[in-house]
Design a protein around this ligand. Structure first.
Ligand code: PPY
Length: 350
């Protein structure tokens, strides 16, 4: 655990052991150069606490770059609540309340919102003790609701921009698109893709969701063992991270990777192998900025939902266009190009 923190380039890690549930809470504040650290709260069981901490450290760095690329005045942070496998709803709600108290104690060092394993309803609970540092409460509670639809809109825009760059045509009519994970982001992405006339393949691990998308919507389901080798134009990872690795990259049968998941590369050097295979990669934190841009915009800056949508589309389009051009012109990976732009913005404002 000490090594993980020592080898990380961020500012602070706040650690709390929750005795009543046995949960561990890690809040990683990667950077406050551009503003208060902001990032979602991920809540799930982990194989061990090192994995949980490492997830918080890496995800919070991603948040720093996510805000830096479009020049949003927020820093990078992330909370991981590493819970026991069999936690009951009542215990979970009480834990969320205690977590809100911790966010409150930090007094604005860290603002949060939903991430994997937490919802807008959970933000209502967290904000009982954590306000005003909690984004994405439900609309009933006066918040802007789930970030998923805005993130999905950004991913949809990214897929169009990537297709334009790769095929010289932004139209998604009859493009074969593989969506991995049909939760809040993937599910909303599918709505956009359907109206754009794309041919959709999907994968998920949840039986109910599989049933809905396969039987009710009639989409093609791809089982996990055939996922990476599926012949398609665009692979859109919208579930957990680490999907682009030494094992999966050689199997890929797509032209473009553009999806909403955070931390898609297992290791930094995987970006190079993907590029060597001639696959165009749209950097994850550029593609999935939608929710993190829209909700603080709506709740803290007074944007209307309509303005938030326009801003997401405009920023993703502009940033990706710049990244693809820069990568091509100077012969670097798109991942490296995104990083250079992020670091340039972080330097300028420090
Ligand atoms: C992310 O984009 O990964 C997030 O953490 C989402 C988010 C959404 C709204 C406020 C803060 C974070």
């Amino acid at each position: 655990m000490y090594d993980l923190i020592q080898n990380w380039d961020g500012e602070n890690v706040i650690v709390r052991y929750d005795r009543l549930t046995g949960a561990w809470i890690f809040i990683a504040v990667h950077s406050t150069i551009l503003g208060p650290a902001t990032g979602g709260t991920r809540m799930k069981p982990y194989p061990n606490q090192d994995e949980a901490l490492l997830d918080a450290l890496r995800l919070s760095r991603g948040m720093t770059y996510k805000f830096a690329v479009p020049g949003i005045s927020r820093g990078g942070g992330k909370a991981v609540v590493s819970i026991p496998e069999d936690m009951k709803a009542v215990a979970r709600a009480a834990l969320l309340k205690r977590f809100g108290g911790l966010v409150q104690q930090l007094g604005g060092l860290f603002y949060t919102g939903p991430d994997v394993g937490t919802s807008a309803e959970d933000m209502d609970i967290i904000s009982e003790s954590g306000a005003p540092y909690v984004f994405c409460r439900t609309k009933e509670a006066g918040g802007g609701g789930s970030p998923g639809p805005y993130t999905a809109l950004g991913v949809f825009t990214a897929i169009q921009v990537a297709c334009e760059h790769y095929f010289g045509d932004a139209s998604l009519n009859n493009r074969r698109i593989l969506v991995q994970g049909v939760g809040s982001v993937g599910g909303n992405l599918i709505k956009h893709l359907l109206s754009a006339g794309a041919e959709i393949y999907f994968n998920d691990v949840d039986e109910e969701r599989i049933h809905y998308y396969r039987e009710d919507l009639g989409l093609k389901y791809v089982p996990g063992d055939m996922l990476y080798s599926t012949d398609c134009d665009v692979y859109a990872p919208c579930a957990l991270g680490g999907v682009l690795s030494e094992q999966t990259i050689p199997q890929l049968n797509c032209s473009i990777v553009a999806g909403g998941a955070n931390n898609q590369f297992a290791l930094p050097e995987d970006a190079e192998s993907l590029s060597e295979r001639g696959i165009l990669y749209a950097p994850d934190y550029v593609v999935n900025v939608g929710g993190a841009m829209a909700l603080p915009g709506i709740e803290a800056e007074g944007w209307t939902p309509q303005q938030a949508q326009e801003n997401v589309i405009k920023s993703v389009r502009y940033a990706l266009g710049r990244i693809f051009t820069m990568a091509r012109e100077i012969g670097i990976t798109t991942d490296e190009a995104a990083l250079r732009i992020a670091k340039e913005h972080l330097r300028r404002d420090s």
